[in-house]
Each structure stands twice: as C-alpha cells, then as structure tokens.
Design a protein around this ligand. Structure first.
Ligand code: HEC
Ligand code: HEC
Ligand code: HEC
Ligand code: HEC
Ligand code: HEC
Ligand code: HEC
Length: 498
C-alpha cells in the first residue's frame, strides 16, 4: 500500500487491484470469511446444533464473500480498461496510492483501517445475533409462516410448550449435526420455491427423532406406576348427554431396579426389546412383531395375512415415538376438540344438538381457512338463528378451528394421528388386537384384554358415574356392553358410524 512513486503508468496485474473499489471488495471478503469462521466456531460449541446456521454460514456468508470478490474484480477491470484506453488517471481518483509521509494520506489510512475494523466487528456481532435469533422457537415456528404454523400452534398447547424445538429436532452427535445443516439449507430452498410437502411429514428415517433425544430429559428407567386419567365426552344427541370415563392407566415401568417391571412402559427397551415391520411409512400397519426378553429368548408374532420372508423388510426397534408420536404437536379431532370445549364450559352444553352440529361443521372439507371460517359461521348461524348465544358460539368454534385445523397445509388429526390410545385410530391395537399370533398359532401378543393396559374405575354420567370399581368395570359402551373388537372401525374423530 505504501509507495514512493505514484503508480500512474504501472500496468502490472497486482497494481490494477490498487483501487478503492477492489479494496472495499477485499474488506468485504475478509469480513465474510471471518463471519464464516466465527459462526462455525460458535455452532461447534453450542449445546444444540442450529438447523438454520447452515443458511448463514453456507449461504449468506458466501454470498457476501462473492459480492466482495465481484467488487475486487470490478475494480480490476475498470482499472484495466483505463490503462488499455490510455486514459490518464484523474488526480487521486480511484487510486490506492498512499504516502504515509503525507498528512492527508495518514488520515485516510487511519480512517480506512478504523472503518474496516469497525465493519469487521459489526459483521461478527451481526452474524452472532442472527445466529441466536435463528435458534429461537419463534424463528422456527413463525419465520416460515405457512409451512411450520400447524406444528407451532399445536406445540404451544402441548406439555412441551416450554421445550425448545431444537431440543427435540436436533439429535445428539456429529452426523445429526451435519444432516441438520444440510436440511436447513434445503428447507430454505423449498420455502422460497413454495414446493414443500403438504402436510409436512418426517418420513426420512435419518431425520426421525431418536429415543436418545427424549432421554436427554426423560429417564426411561423411571417407574410411573398407575396414572389416573379422565376422558370427558358428550354424545351426539339433542341433549349433548355427558359420558365420562375415569380410568387408571397402568403405565408402570421397565427397570427392575426402580420398581416392578410392569404395565405399558414395560416395553421401554430396558429389560426387553421389541422389534417390528411396518408396511407403510406412517407405521400404521404392523403385521410382524418380535419380542426378546432379558434372557435373550425371543418370540415372533405375525398376522395371518402376512406370509412374507422377513429378510425382505426393514426391521425396526420400537421406541418412545412408536407410542408417543405426537408429544408436542397433537392435533385434536373435531370430536375431542368439541368435547374439550364443552368440558371447559366454553361451549354451552344446553344448546340443542351442539355437539353433533359443530363436529360436522369442523370435519367438513375446506381448502382455505377463510373459506372454513366463513362456512362454519354460516352453517351455525343458519342452525341457531334465533339463539342469542350464536355469536359466542361462532367465535369459540372459530378458535377451535384455528388451533387444530390447517387446510392450506393439509395438517390435522387425519394427517397426523396420535398413536397413544386406540379409539380413533388403531394406535396400540396395531399390535394388541389379538390377531398377531405366535408360531404355535394359538397365543397372541400378551395384553390384548381390556384390563391389560387400564382399569375403568367409573363411567357414564350422573349417579352412574359415582359408582367406583377399583378392580375395573367392563366398558359400558354408551348404552350397551361393549362387544366389537375394534374401536377405529366406527370411530375416526368425527361423528361415529353406527
Ligand atoms: C418434545 C419434542 C418436540 C418438540 C419440543 C418439538 N417437536 Fe416437532 N416433532 C416432534 C415429533 C416426535 C414429531 C413427529 C416425528 C415423526 O413423525 O417421526 C415432530 C414433527 C414435527 C414436524 C413434522 C410434521 C409433523 O407434524 O409431524 C415439524 C414441521 C415440527 N415437528 C416442527 C417443530 C417446531 C417448529 C417446533 C418448535 C416450535 C417443534 N417441532 C418442537 C417432537 C417435538
Ligand atoms: C428438553 C427436555 C425434553 C425433551 C427433549 C423431551 N421432553 Fe417430554 N417433557 C419435558 C417436560 C419439561 C415435560 C413437562 C413436565 C410437566 O410440566 O409436567 C415433558 C412431558 C412429557 C410427557 C407427559 C405429557 C403430558 O401430557 O403430561 C410425555 C409423554 C413426554 N414428555 C414425552 C416425550 C417424548 C416422547 C420425547 C422425545 C420425542 C420428549 N418427551 C422429549 C421435557 C422434555
Ligand atoms: C407402548 C407404548 C409406549 C412407549 C414405547 C413409551 N410410552 Fe410413555 N406412555 C405411554 C402411555 C400409554 C402413557 C400414559 C399417559 C398418556 O396417555 O399420555 C405414557 C406416559 C408417559 C409419560 C407421562 C407419565 C405421566 O405421569 O403422565 C412420560 C413422561 C412418558 N410416557 C415418556 C416416555 C418416554 C421418554 C419413552 C421412551 C423412552 C416412552 N414414554 C415410551 C406409552 C408408551
Ligand atoms: C409394535 C407393536 C406394539 C405396539 C404398537 C404396542 N405394543 Fe404393547 N407390547 C408389544 C409386545 C410384543 C409386547 C410383549 C408381549 C409379550 O411378551 O407377549 C407388549 C406388551 C405390552 C404390555 C405388557 C402386557 C403384559 O401383560 O405383560 C402392555 C401393558 C402394553 N404392551 C401396552 C401397550 C400400549 C398401551 C400401547 C399403545 C400406547 C402398546 N402396547 C403398543 C407390542 C406392541
Ligand atoms: C394395549 C393396551 C390397551 C388395551 C389392550 C386396551 N386399551 Fe383402552 N386405552 C389404552 C390407552 C393407552 C388409552 C389412553 C389413551 C390416551 O391416553 O389418550 C386407552 C383409552 C381407552 C378408553 C378411553 C378413550 C376415550 O377417548 O374416551 C376406553 C373407553 C378404552 N380404552 C376402552 C378399552 C376397551 C373396551 C378395551 C378392550 C377391548 C381396551 N380399551 C383395551 C390402551 C389399551
Ligand atoms: C360398532 C361401532 C362402534 C364401535 C366398534 C365402537 N364404538 Fe364407541 N360409539 C359408537 C357410537 C355410534 C357412539 C355414539 C356416538 C355419539 O352419540 O356421540 C359411540 C360413542 C362412544 C363414546 C362416547 C362419545 C364420544 O364422544 O366419543 C366413547 C368414549 C366410545 N364410543 C368409545 C369407544 C371405544 C373405546 C371403543 C373400542 C373399545 C368403541 N367406542 C367402539 C360406535 C362404536
């Protein structure tokens, strides 16, 4: 940079870079490289890898780097053209020609170095701040508004509302780290093109959550024992007759050190291992199951229809997500959403046929939320035109719709069924249906009787509901003893088929 003679006639290639434009470009390049290294380092030492860091480090930083490079080359070509045309350089214009013995040059130099350092600091600060912004839940949930909205809304009503998205969605380990980076960049690309899947499904086995992720917070050895749970329903009749089930879920535990190995959590892969084959990506159909106990003894169960050689299929080890597949994003079915609002008093149960009418309105097909809100309001206003409660009813149903149904993304209880029970989809009955037989053809998977997983301690309404049986009642299905094998034959989250 320091020179004795002004390089006016010099045409050496290096000298052609000595112009302000190229110099500014170089500063930009250095800053971008610096930001890249910084982001990389921050991310390396962060507790959770940040999926969108890839966008900053591999897209934004290089973009600035290439912009800088373009400036460098631009300056170079302008300078070359000037020389080629033999145009004399204007006095001091566009020339980097610093003579530190000149006061003006010294000032210029100090200003330039100071400015560059300041710019470097700002870049560092800016990229660090952006990095942190990108880690927040609102960034994950709100920035890509349409695609992530359903999961974000459902998450805000889940037991995990205080758990960061990244705590679940970015697994431990280096491969998870690299995958996440690449995926963040890919997501941005699809976001810009708008060609993301509707509904979004995590079907790629590499991106699926692993049990290890849940275990960073939950201890699989924990003995939960009996967990009481109440289901409050309202029938689809004129009176919206209440129908409640109080049950004790035998969650139990799976580690003999911390309690008896029993109940639902006995298949937590601590003292036994359960593997299965599923015929579809959503793991709805499971025709083959193998259980291996602590002594290494294994038993295979299969459905009658399934005669394939198992070596042709992928065998999966069962984990938390094969039951808890919606721990943070449960979309309520119309039936459950209306029951919940009624139980909480947000929908007046004295409105005749309210349960039936609202469930029908919510479950109808709509292509946009505006259309849905409008048509739901219309149908309820037509039904209850003389009822002064209609305004608050329409408002409440609108809220239910907005939190659980996302027609633009096709995300709802149908797209993302919850496997934890067996009423609206097969859930536990994917295996515990009594139809998965061992090779003897007689024994099925243990625990297919109604009291294996839970005890119904009280059921019904009014006086009926006061009667408690600690040993468990037989399920009294609304108005008759329960007889059918499979709840999801009739129940699907809408109004039940008879
Ligand atoms: C408690 C853990 C947990 C947290 C916290 C969490 N998720 Fe999820 N998420 C899951 C599980 C489990 C799935 C289903 C994965 C599967 O099907 O394999 C999922 C699925 C998804 C899907 C795929 C679509 C779907 O509904 O199956 C998206 C998108 C998503 N989550 C976004 C988010 C966002 C955004 C946040 C933060 C606002 C978040 N998640 C927080 C556990 C979590
Ligand atoms: C970062 C910590 C963290 C991670 C990771 C995590 N959880 Fe949780 N989990 C929590 C907290 C906190 C609660 C709520 C405890 C409370 O307040 O009752 C919870 C509650 C739960 C509950 C009880 C739900 C209810 O309705 O009461 C289940 C089931 C559960 N988690 C399953 C999972 C599964 C499955 C995963 C893995 C996909 C997972 N969790 C990952 C922290 C975590
Ligand atoms: C066989 C299916 C199944 C598997 C596998 C399973 N769970 Fe559960 N878990 C249940 C059921 C059913 C409940 C009862 C509560 C409910 O309905 O949400 C439950 C309850 C829980 C609870 C809440 C207990 C309470 O007091 O409410 C937590 C936390 C939990 N499970 C975590 C896990 C974790 C972590 C894993 C994996 C290591 C796991 N579960 C594996 C079925 C399962
Ligand atoms: C992938 C198949 C599969 C799914 C899905 C599944 N289970 Fe199981 N479950 C098994 C197998 C296999 C056993 C071991 C049975 C045996 O040893 O014969 C078992 C055992 C049990 C037991 C212990 C039974 C006993 O008497 O020892 C309970 C309770 C149980 N499961 C509850 C559940 C619940 C609740 C769900 C749904 C949330 C569920 N299971 C989902 C395969 C499954
Ligand atoms: C393999 C375990 C298992 C078996 C076997 C089982 N259930 Fe369940 N059941 C569950 C679980 C888990 C839930 C709770 C789901 C939840 O927490 O949302 C449940 C919930 C229920 C509910 C409440 C559902 C609601 O939404 O109101 C009823 C009623 C019920 N079961 C009846 C039965 C009957 C009748 C049988 C026998 C045909 C049976 N169950 C067999 C695991 C089982
Ligand atoms: C043959 C069809 C059929 C089968 C199978 C069936 N149900 Fe039902 N169920 C109905 C009908 C019809 C109603 C009454 C609907 C109403 O008035 O809301 C009903 C109502 C209910 C209700 C109260 C209403 C509500 O909002 O959910 C519960 C709880 C219920 N069933 C649970 C179960 C369970 C659990 C199983 C499996 C163990 C099951 N049902 C199997 C047809 C069936």
């Amino acid at each position: 940079m320091i020179e004795d003679q002004p390089a006016i006639s010099s045409s050496s290639r290096f000298n052609r870079l000595r112009n302000w434009l190229s110099l500014a470009g170089m500063v930009l390049c250095v800053s971008a490289a610096f930001a890249f290294i910084l982001l990389f380092a921050v991310d390396l030492f962060a507790t959770h890898a940040n999926p969108y860091m890839g966008i900053l480090a591999y897209v934004v930083a290089p973009m600035f780097f290439f912009m800088g490079l373009a400036l460098v080359l631009g300056g170079y070509f302008l300078e070359s053209r000037r020389i080629r045309k033999g145009v004399p350089r204007k006095e001091n214009a566009f020339v980097l020609n610093v003579d530190l013995s000149r006061k003006r040059d010294r000032r210029l130099m100090v200003g330039f170095v100071g400015g560059s350092l300041g710019f470097l600091m700002l870049t560092a600060f800016g990229s660090y701040e952006t990095y942190h912004l990108m880690e927040t839940n609102s960034f994950c949930g709100e920035t890509c508004h349409t695609p992530m909205e359903p999961e974000y809304k459902a998450y805000q009503h889940s037991a995990h509302a205080q758990v960061d998205c990244v705590a679940c969605h970015i697994g431990p380990g280096t491969t998870a780290y690299i995958r996440t980076k690449l995926n963040g960049v890919k997501q941005m690309y699809h976001q810009i093109l708008g060609d993301y899947d509707r509904p979004i499904q995590i079907l790629n086995p590499n991106l699926r959550l692993a049990q290890e992720t849940c275990q960073t917070c939950h201890w699989s050895q924990k003995h939960f024992g009996d967990v009481p749970k109440t289901f409050r329903h309202y029938l689809a009749d004129e009176e919206n007759t209440p129908f409640t089930v109080h049950m004790i879920l035998k969650v139990g535990g799976s580690d003999p050190v911390h309690g008896p190995v029993e109940g639902i959590h006995s298949h937590m892969n601590v003292s036994n291992k359960i593997e299965f084959i599923s015929l579809d990506e959503h793991r709805e159909e499971i025709p083959w199951v193998r259980v291996t106990d602590a002594n290494g003894k294994s038993t295979e169960y299969r459905t009658e229809k399934f005669t394939d050689d198992i070596s042709k299929h992928v065998i999966r080890t069962m984990d938390c997500m094969d039951c808890h597949n919606r721990p943070a994003h449960k979309f309520l079915s119309p039936n459950d959403a209306v029951d919940q609002a009624m139980a909480m008093g947000r929908i007046d149960v004295s409105i005749p046929w309210a349960k039936s009418n609202i469930v029908k309105a919510l479950a109808a097909p709509y292509s946009t939320r505006e259309e849905a809100q409008q048509k739901i309001a219309e149908s309820l206003r037509a039904e209850y035109k003389d009822d002064k409660r209609v305004d608050s009813l329409v408002a409440e149903v609108g809220k239910i719709y907005a939190t659980n149904f996302f027609p633009e993304m096709k995300a709802d209880w149908r797209a993302h069924p919850d496997h934890i029970g067996h009423k609206d989809n097969n859930g536990c009955f994917r295996c515990h249906d009594g139809m998965h037989m061992a090779s003897d053809g007689k024994t099925s998977i243990k625990g297919s009787d109604c009291n294996a997983c839970h005890l119904i301690v009280a059921q019904g309404a009014g006086e009926e509901l006061e009667k408690v049986n600690r040993k468990g009642f037989d399920f009294f299905h609304v108005d008759s003893e329960y007889s059918e094998p499979n709840c999801a034959e009739c129940h699907n989250g809408e109004i039940q088929k008879e």
